[in-house]
Design a protein around this ligand. Sequence first.
Ligand code: SF4
Length: 340
Amino acid sequence: MTGSSSAPCEALPVWYGKRARDLPWRRTRDPYAVWVSEIMLQQTQVSTVIPHYIRWLETFPDLHALSRAPEDAVLKAWQGLGYYRRARWLHMAARRIMEQHHGMFPTSLDEIQALPGIGRSTAGAIASICFEIPAPVLDGNVRRVLHRWTGKDAMADRELWRLAQAYIDNSDDPGTWNQAMMELGATVCTPKAPKCDACPVHGHCASAGRRDLSEKERGRRKRTRPIDLHWRVHLHLDPNRGLWLVKRPDQGIWSGLWSPPITEMEPTARAQPDHVHLLTHRRLHLYASLEADPPEQQVEGAWVHTTVRHALPTGIVQLLRRRRLLDADGQRIHATGASS
Ligand code: SF4
């Protein structure tokens, strides 16, 4: 590090005040809205989150509305964001807040962190932005910025948290500080080609101007090959009743979502998948199979003409679109439009 931990505490918030992107969740300090945005942003890009965030707040404007909603409605509202576990956590936490906190969002760091799906970093974001508690955020962006400031190749988590806490203790406004750190990592100190010339804390950073940064960091990252799965997607179509969907099991990939029945299959050289869908550690090869026989009806299922009330995984939506079974808006089923 080329300066003290107080040096960027002046420059960075000033830069943030002038250059921060105008994002909808930055116009509020309502903990419910900030919490929803933080959870949505965990594994999804800002541009994807914006319309979902706006629609979510229209559908579930507050904790009361979310806690009263059935799970299917919550999953449907999440459709398109992926990692549905996050939607279940929001739902579960909203119900817990209603039961244990009389419907008021908790105001202490420990209570916030005790809610389902809220880790230390997300709790820090909510606590600092909404309640001015000096608790740091340590997401991927902030980690990268701290690594670069120190110029150290490796730092243990404990050291990173200690450093993040030291900076926030030196700041006058913890919420602005945390948001400025995240914004710096997202827009200036980016993984590839950081814009050091435009960086407000250039003079404080041990890595400023180094051209080898991204290559070096890429080399440190472990690469894991995704596991290939081959799934047959059984399409039972009926011009009068629509498409047969079943609810996926509570555990495993796409748990709790709705989909045509799926069975695993052995890949063959002759069969080409209709769609290949990537998950974090899995590559799903999806093969559409038009079925003449009626579906097995022991499992929870429904004939549908529209997907308005059912949350479908993105991979299935894409597969149905490819087979021209879904409208462009992704909702109306064309039960007679299957192409072989
Ligand atoms: S000077 Fe460059 S490497 Fe350092 S924090 Fe700024 S953008 Fe990142």
